[in-house]
Write a protein of this length. Sequence first.
Length: 413
Amino acid sequence: MSLSTALIIIGDEILEGRTRDSNGYWLARRLKEVGLGLSEILVVSDNLADLSKLFKDCLAKYRVIFISGGLGPTLDDVTKQALADATSNKILESSQGAEMAKENYLRYGKEWTPVLNSYHMVPENFNAVTNPKGLAPGLVYCNENSMLLAAPGVPWEFEEMVDSVFLPILKKEFPKQLKRMQELVICTRFIPEEKIFGELCPNLWKDLSAFGKVSSLPQVLGINIIVRAADLDEEKRDQIVELINSTELSEYVWQYGSLSLPELIIKKACEKGLSIGMAESCTGGLSASRLTDIPGSSAVFMGSLVTYSNQAKEKLLGVKEKTLLDHGAVSTETVEEMAIGAREKLDCDFAIAFSGIAGPGGGSDEKPVGTLAFALSGPNQTYSKLINYRGDRLKLKNRFSEFGLFKLLEALS
């Protein structure tokens, strides 16, 4: 039997759009790994009455309740009082809470005393628990029906408390319900979801469901199909791959696994001892940034020349003035010269080049907003393509980058 689980996120700063929450996203992914799923994520203001009512409602509804935020020393940190009200308990001085506060402060070379804050005040029948990466102790409460696990809302504090404090408690309390789930991610590109399941493979979802729970997740230029089960062993994984390879979808699959596109590019380049570089105009260094986010990328990534203006394309990459005048910056002729120039200047095995129109202005009937000119230059040949995508400026830059990196991966493979 699965555990009904909820997350309560506390903070006016989130409801007012001043802070972006990351704890909900992180916790959902983390719990999925151990076989738990969040039924609900609730965001509530720093209002004592609202919090008390919500805590009381959730205690009646859920078996496990995570709480993020409101445990700090400021006046708007009312989580402890709301928890006390919801459980009909008083807030009392706690020697355990005081010890936790002292330990936390000592870790940072500081001394804690009750004059500083009320970290030692804890609702009756609650346990104060350590905060390995912060100062405010967390709280744990259990009754016959529910378990409350409260941590500060600072992301690195919240994440560490979940991993090192709360999950061990849950695994001890519910050993049968918490099982590490296994998954196989089928990564596709250049095909929309509706075409996969509506036209190409109408029975695929049903066929994959025989192996476990199936879900799909849209990506920048494709979708990931995920199969999850507690017993997804190597034999079943091979059967899934065999199933996919027997369908027309196989030509759109670029990976069976969970590496990101930049991670796989760096991995392939390292395995084959190939160096890569690029010239970027419309993407403004985005593609280089994505590759250099990957540890170890310096072994194979030589660099990127961001040549936004025609003058930069000529001076830094050797693009001919006549090419730019005759064909324009967004053309296969120009990006081929950009890619060849980048490969020569950076002395790399493969170089890719981008030049496009990300909008909202700058388009024409011949080359509308969303037009990308792309080229790849390698040891044996130079390839180029003109393609068009839809979206706003940010989406187009991401789609342009994704297209180019997929083409680079194909060349490396």
